[in-house]
Design a protein around this ligand. Structure first.
Ligand code: XIL
Length: 674
């Protein structure tokens, strides 16, 4: 798992500032009704309630150790880790419905990891779906395993079961439930995303369950492209050597083709989700950088690409040929994956060469995350430039864009796109989602309204940027269809996230309106907040009734700069606190050109003297280092004509007192403070 190298600003947002915004124009996420429970096994009636072992192990009702009440189920006499209690749910689960399955587990005397899964069979072929992954369980207490499960295909056999990872110790289960929240009808009275965004196709990453039922309907209605989220990865397509399986991917590709959706193939070469056999040498040992191992590895790579890309032929016209090969912390910028360690750069060269041979007309991409981070971006740029100059057929750069509500700035995303323009490559946004979390320590039971609004602004502004660069960007894909199924629920930590355009019940969020019609959301935090917090011309802007600290920052001169800055240059700055509450405040800054020449590109700097720390800023980009703040224009407000001005807003923390900055400089020169 990679580190969460995503937080430009680590200060947590305080919840108060945007509370003043009334979201009247956009329906907030539909409130979840009570779940409908379709299965309860509480073992309170003295029986095993239909549970049985998966083979010869012993299943028995118990009263000595229970999670609640007087009964539980015990499994003993296990001779393999996969043995455990299992229940037939063939008549319980319906295809296309998203169930939450929960079970309590406790070991009898040993410790292990337990997991919850579903075994299913179609046409005699068995498959296993993990519902809740390995979770540490001991004899000391009950541990809950919970996960979501949607059956995507017709089945003749369907059982839920619990197993352990490494030992055959006896264990108990209790209070097993399965429930679902009834779906809401897919909205038909709102514009389709694909009709509202016409500059490029908009896609969604999907798993098997998302082509059936309401999910399939939502997908068809709004999107013009799909990316199988896992089904084309190596572990799915070639789980053992030269045994190819398209069982996961074929239904998704068939769905896309029959509905006229474009398909992004993801991905032919990656360091994750690649079986261990790929990197195991002929001697059964892990490969090293020997000539023999390299030859074998590249032969396997070639065989894989010929089979997988060849299987779909022209149906998949865009491939992420290699994924996440950059590590900006290496001086050469190259990730030390097994691929690289054994084959050096030749694995990338081979992958593109073979893909081009198999698919002469497909667009071949190199895909990576954090490409908005300058160091990463520049290392990727250098690699693509080098390989293309060698003749390696790289057609495009994929920017994953797993971002969050406060990171990165639009300016950083713009620099990301601009960087690759001189290379003459296509650019695609391949995996966009906008987490509501700004640090891995946050955890919300339900997404806070102000985060959803911030998210809507991010989608609005980022899609505006994409539209501005429509001649460069040939596709934008979201990494998921709706918030009921997002990889961010378990990455980088397990917690409910809500990073997409549709909520857990498939209804349009403010984020959707940010993409489709931003007039349906309040124009910006500063505008909305200042209309509900008195736009005080004479000082304190604290919301009435708050335990207000003595903040008094005035646009009318009560905090005047001490001498030097006054009247010094062709710029004038107005600094206002538009809202304040214990620990936090919202500020508004206006910079005006009072000279006679246009200013093209500006950088406005000041020092805080009270330890204030900005957590979010809009309509400019920011770097803050200790007390020193530097803000820079966005792409659209960089020109200040004589008499013209630009404004931006921000949220900041404060403690003790909140003195206004005493001086501002514009492009290094002092400004008049109004
Ligand atoms: C993720 C999938 O969405 C998850 O279901 C899976 O468990 C892990 O991989 N970058 C990528 C994608 O290139 O392939 C990853 O997809 C998300 C990060």
């Amino acid at each position: 798992m990679r580190a969460l190298a995503r937080l430009a600003v680590t200060t947590l947002l305080v919840a108060a500032p945007l509370a003043a915004i009334t979201i009247t124009t956009v329906a907030s996420a539909a409130e979840d009704p009570a779940p409908i429970i379709v299965l309860t096994s509480d073992f309170e009636d003295g029986t095993v309630q239909g549970w049985s072992g998966r083979s010869a192990e012993t299943i028995a009702h118990r009263t000595a150790v229970t999670h609640a009440g007087t009964g539980s189920l015990a499994v003993s006499g296990r001779t393999a880790t996969w043995q455990g209690p299992s229940l037939d749910v063939l008549d319980v689960f319906e295809k296309g419905t998203a169930y939450t399955i929960s079970a309590w587990v406790r070991m009898e005397s040993t410790s292990d990891n337990a997991r919850l899964s579903v075994e299913r069979r179609t046409g005699g072929v068995t498959a296993y779906d993990q519902v809740a992954g390995n979770t540490a369980v001991t004899a000391g207490g009950w541990v809950n395993l919970t996960g979501r499960y949607t059956l995507a295909t017709d089945v003749e056999f369907l059982r839920v079961y619990v197993e352990t990872a490494s030992t055959t110790g006896s264990f108990y289960i209790d209070d097993v439930t399965a429930s679902y929240v009834p779906a809401l009808p897919v909205q038909t009275d709102i514009p389709a995303v694909r009709d509202a965004v016409t500059s490029f196709p908009v896609g969604a990453a999907i798993t098997g369950a998302e082509i059936v039922g309401d999910h399939g309907a939502l997908l068809r209605r709004h999107f013009s492209s799909v990316t199988p989220g896992n089904a084309l990865k190596w572990d799915a397509t070639e789980p053992s050597e030269n045994t190819f399986s398209y069982a996961q991917a074929d239904p998704l590709i068939a769905f896309a083709e029959s509905n006229g959706l474009a398909i992004r193939g993801h991905t032919l070469v990656w360091h994750n989700q690649t079986p261990a056999w790929v990197f195991t040498g002929a001697d059964g040992q892990p490969m090293t950088a020997t000539a023999e191992d390299k030859e074998l590895l590249l032969a396997r790579l070639e065989n894989h690409i010929r089979n997988v890309a060849g299987h779909y032929g022209t149906s998949i016209a865009v491939w992420d040929v290699v994924n996440e090969v950059i590590d900006e912390n290496q001086s050469d910028g190259l990730r030390r994956s097994s691929w690289f360690n054994v084959a050096g750069l030749d694995y990338i060269r081979t992958a593109f060469r073979v893909a081009r041979e198999v698919l002469p007309d497909a667009k071949l991409f190199i895909n990576d995350y954090n490409t908005n981070v300058p160091a990463k971006r520049d290392k990727l740029y250098a690699l693509v430039a080098q390989l293309r100059s060698e003749g390696v057929p790289i057609d495009g750069v994929g920017h994953q864009m797993h971002i969050n509500v406060s990171w990165p700035t639009i300016a950083e995303s713009e620099a990301m796109i601009q960087k690759f323009i001189p290379l003459g490559v296509e650019q695609q946004i391949t995996e966009m989602d906008v987490s509501i979390y700004t640090s891995s320590s946050e955890n919300f039971a339900t997404p806070p309204a102000e985060r959803l609004l911030q998210q809507a602004y991010v989608y609005r502004d980022t899609f505006a940027l994409f539209r501005k660069y429509a001649s460069e960007i040939t596709s934008v894909t979201l990494w998921g269809l709706a918030d009921d199924n997002t990889w961010l629920d378990t990455f980088p930590v397990t917690r409910k996230d809500a990073p997409l355009l549709f909520d857990t019940r498939l209804q349009a969020k403010s984020a959707y309106w940010g993409v489709v019609d931003p007039s349906k959301i309040p124009p910006s935090p500063s505008v909305s907040a200042s209309s509900s917090v008195s736009a005080s011309p004479s000082g304190s802007a604290s919301p009435s009734g708050s335990a207000s600290p003595s903040v008094s920052v005035s646009p009318s001169g009560s905090v005047s700069p001490s001498g030097s800055a006054s009247g010094a240059a062709g710029c004038a700055v107005t600094y206002r606190v538009t809202g304040s509450w214990p620990g936090g405040f919202q500020g508004d800054v206006k910079v005006a050109n009072i000279g006679t020449a246009a200013i093209n590109g500006w950088s406005l700097a000041w020092q805080f003297t009270g330890g204030q720390q900005i957590s979010q800023l809009w309509n400019a980009s920011i770097t803050q280092s200790g007390a020193a703040v530097t803000t820079t224009n966005t792409s659209w407000n960089g020109t200040l004509t004589p008499g013209g001005s630009a404004s931006f807003g921000f949220l900041s923390s404060w403690t003790g007192s909140n003195p206004a900055p005493a001086a501002f400089t514009l492009n290094g020169k002092p400004c008049t403070l109004l």
